[in-house]
Design a protein around this ligand. Structure first.
Ligand SMILES: Cc1ncc(COP(=O)(O)O)c(C=O)c1O
Length: 343
């Protein structure tokens, strides 16, 4: 028997949380995009409109991670990722809002400004929000997480009380936010379900949506288009996060989620993380020109290119209803001006 929305929400309410987002986000039809694609009906869940610092999925997740940080008495936050990280930008804004010092470890990747170049996109916003930035040459992954832990150690040695966002705990709390999002979505759908949900995700967001759908007994598959190819088994990791969260919430499933239940696809990544593909550019232009909605080059543009491809190949059958989750990321658009204009 599935759980009710009230049961799931009251389990989530036992986790510490700070309010950061403008929720619920709108769920809207996309009539002109649907017409352009043919006989499908596409709707969009506007998590780019979560409200904090230009929005995105991380606003929801920070409500839970920073909720825990505040409950534990942290006085500063350590987070880190690529130089154009949406998570870092929203963390910096949330810290400003909550009066916490924000320390960001940023990877000196291809999108980091070179000597004499000016900060743009998410990095520009990190600076405006007053984040303290430490650059590293370590690539994302194990070595990078070590840099975050080391910075937290230095802060502790100076008498600070840092909370590090990341690791298994960060994934579990991020997933809790997307269980909550699925409750919100189910309420908005009010029994009229899509045939499939498309989203750009390969971690906490996917785990939360999947667990939310399973807890509520929602009938549609979640097709998650990954923005990156990780060097670990993503379906196993997503299933593990979802099952751990189900246990933490005290909401057991009749059958645990198995890696084979995880609709993970790497088909839209292209040559690599953060590299704009021709298909993503076409998707960004199509959605901008039919609906006046901005997608981004790194995440949502790629996921939409997957949805468009599935419609064209018949994986999404004529007459289907599809729900696309917009996870944000639009500030990075400005760092891709050349790729966007020159194709
Ligand atoms: C805009 C956007 N979409 C999707 C994702 C993927 O989220 P997750 O790693 O929780 O699956 C991210 C993560 O950085 C993001 O910034």
């Amino acid at each position: 028997m599935p759980y009710s929305i009230v049961q799931v929400r009251s389990a989530l309410d036992r986790l510490p949380r700070v309010r950061l987002g403008h929720l619920p986000t709108p769920l809207e039809p996309l009539p002109r995009l649907s017409a352009a694609l043919g006989e499908v009906s596409v709707s969009i869940k506007r998590d780019d409109c979560t409200g904090l610092a230009m929005g995105g999925n991380k606003t929801r997740q920070l409500e839970f991670t920073l909720g825990e940080a505040v409950a534990l008495g942290a006085d500063c936050i350590v987070q880190g990722a690529g130089s154009q990280s949406n998570h870092c930008r929203q963390t910096a804004a949330a810290c400003a809002r909550l009066g916490l010092d924000c320390y960001l470890v940023l990877c000196r990747d291809d999108r980091a400004p070179g000597a004499g170049e000016v900060a743009q996109g998410n990095l520009l916003l990190d600076l405006l929000f007053g984040a303290n930035i430490r650059w590293t040459e370590a690539p994302l992954g194990h070595a990078f997480e070590h840099e975050k832990t080391a910075l937290a150690g230095e802060l502790r040695a100076r008498g600070r009380r840092p909370y590090v966002i990341g690791g298994d705990r960060g994934k579990l709390l991020g997933a809790a936010a997307y269980v909550n999002q699925m409750c919100e979505t189910a309420q908005q759908l009010d029994g009229t379900y899509p045939d499939a949900m498309y989203v750009c995700a390969a971690g906490a967001t996917h785990a939360g949506l999947l667990l939310g759908a399973r807890l509520l007994g929602l009938p549609f598959p979640i097709r998650a288009m990954a923005p990156i190819v990780w060097d670990y088994d993503v379906p196993s990791a997503v299933a593990e996060t979802a099952n751990a969260l189900s246990a933490e919430l005290g909401l057991p499933l009749e059958q645990p989620i198995r890696p084979g239940d995880v609709g993970h696809s790497e088909e839209c990544v292209g040559p690599g993380y953060g590299i704009l593909t021709r298909e993503a550019l076409a998707a960004i232009e199509l959605v901008a020109r039919t609906e006046g909605i901005l997608l981004d080059p790194c995440y949502t543009g790629k996921a939409m290119s997957g949805l468009i491809d599935h419609v064209r190949r018949g994986t999404v059958r004529p007459g289907s209803r599809v729900l696309f989750v917009h996870t944000g990321g639009t500030p990075a658009l400005f760092t891709y001006a050349r790729d966007l204009l020159e194709g």
